[in-house]
Write a protein that binds this ligand. Structure first.
Ligand code: SF4
Ligand code: SF4
Length: 97
């Protein structure tokens, strides 16, 4: 589960419920506290963890997201894909035109 709410700390302010663009949280109708109802939709942006005034939220990187981030970082650092193409033989080629 990428994000987790520590119920004992949560005061039910609703900030995370309002701010999460992936609609991962809902307010428990009985307590008002945030509950993680759609963890699979979390994109690990860390906004909820940063804004929670009670520091009740912990976001964990999933292996899949780490791979995606690494691939994105590699693509940004090496837009031509030369690192991967040198290793695999795949990727864009210089045409000489
Ligand atoms: S922002 Fe923090 S304190 Fe507020 S509802 Fe979410 S988890 Fe609870
Ligand atoms: S890390 Fe981002 S997407 Fe995931 S629950 Fe928090 S605000 Fe939503």
């Amino acid at each position: 589960m990428p994000s987790r709410v520590e119920a004992a700390r949560c005061d039910g302010c609703g900030i995370c419920v309002f701010l999460c663009g992936a609609w991962v949280y809902e307010a428990d109708p009985a307590t008002g506290k945030a509950v993680t109802t759609r963890p699979e939709d979390c994109v690990e942006c860390f906004i909820c963890e940063l804004v929670c005034p009670q520091r009740a939220i912990t976001v964990h990187h999933s292996r899949r997201r780490l791979r995606e981030a690494a691939a994105l970082a590699g693509g940004l650092a090496d837009p031509g894909g030369s690192v991967d193409s040198a290793r695999t033989g795949d990727g864009p080629r210089e045409t000489g035109r």
